[in-house]
Unconditional design. Structure first.
Length: 322
């Protein structure tokens, strides 16, 4: 058995992969309930679960080039592969970026796990761009080399947010006053969606519904926004702004690597807002590239609806390392 995991700021998904490549049932553990990743593994393995011989973990954060060290971006976790191997009696532990795993999963997912967002035609062998808003904003690329696709990892979610409209310029100023540096992740994430809403409230406080304000005190603000579209115009406007910027960044990646093989939206948010993504704001942002609008009009975009695609990608990576 090889232990595989999708390790994020919100949750850890863990499962075991047998020598035939079959992935067993997954276990979900809340990341915030553990001070260290070692604690997560101790709870998962317990005293009765069979011990794996090796492990491959997809981590939501920067991973060293040798796959030995990782730091979770939205948690105070530093993960050391060799220390984990010694501490849990494993032959080998490999760490990969979580969107490295998402990219590998894209190659394995059936069509039923891909919801079309924008129609287009795929150029065989062309690069593919993968990004996804969740706890943070992950990115990766797939490029064809020596007869198969290889992953190019990225921390592009932390690049500078570039506003393109007057409203976005105001949003940038509002975020800069709070955080200093404004990355795309500050907008395209769960916290970023909540920030889009709070920014609009700061512009027109009289439009905020008391019911929404009270719900946000006891529930995840981003979830409140996505659940309140039909009853709260300000929530709908916040999500429209979010989707517009999501489209802009998706086409930024498509142009950066000439992703004529398609763009894939992963992460926890996109499947929950699929109808809104299809409503127009995403396409408006995606196509707003001046002279390259026609090129981008032919690039297909899908939303990955498989909620365990990161775990699947970690399993694929484990198979490549076996």
């Amino acid at each position: 058995m090889i232990l595989v995991g999708d390790i994020g700021g919100t949750k850890c998904l863990l499962a075991q992969r047998d020598d035939a490549g079959k992935l067993g049932d997954s276990t979900r553990l809340p990341s915030g309930a553990h001070a260290t990743f070692d604690s997560v593994l101790h709870e998962y393995l317990g005293e009765t679960r069979p011990r794996p011989r090796a492990a491959c973990f997809a981590v939501a954060g920067a991973v060293s080039p040798d796959g030995k060290r990782a730091r979770v971006t939205n948690l105070p976790w530093a993960i050391e592969a060799d220390e984990l191997a010694r501490g849990f009696g494993l032959e080998r532990v490999v760490l990969i970026n979580d969107f490295y795993a998402q990219a590998l999963a894209v190659l394995e997912l059936p069509e039923t796990a891909l919801a079309p967002l924008r129609e287009g035609s795929v150029t065989p062998g062309a690069a593919k761009a993968i990004l996804g808003a969740g706890t943070g904003l992950g990115q990766a690329f797939l490029v064809s080399a020596h007869g198969r696709y290889e992953v190019v990892p990225s921390e592009g979610g932390h690049t500078d947010f570039a506003p393109t409209t007057e409203r976005q310029v105001e949003l940038w100023r509002w975020l800069a006053a709070k955080f200093g540096h404004v990355s795309y992740e500050r907008v395209l994430s769960g916290a970023g969606l909540a920030s889009c809403y709070q920014f609009l409230v700061s512009r027109e406080p009289g439009r905020e519904l008391a019911t929404t304000r009270e719900r946000m005190k006891v529930d995840d603000p981003a979830a409140v926004v996505t659940r309140s579209l039909a009853e709260d115009p300000l929530c709908a406007e916040a999500l429209d702004l979010f989707c517009e910027i999501y489209g802009q960044e998706a086409s930024n990646l498509a142009l950066a690597v000439l992703a004529l093989g398609g763009v894939y939206l992963c992460g926890g948010i996109a499947p929950r807002i699929l109808a809104t993504l299809r409503a127009g704001a995403f396409s408006r942002g995606f196509l707003a590239k001046g002279r390259h609008r026609e090129l981008l009009a032919g690039v297909p975009v899908w939303v990955v609806t498989n909620t365990e695609s990161g775990l699947l990608g970690a399993s694929v990576a484990a198979g490549r390392m076996a």
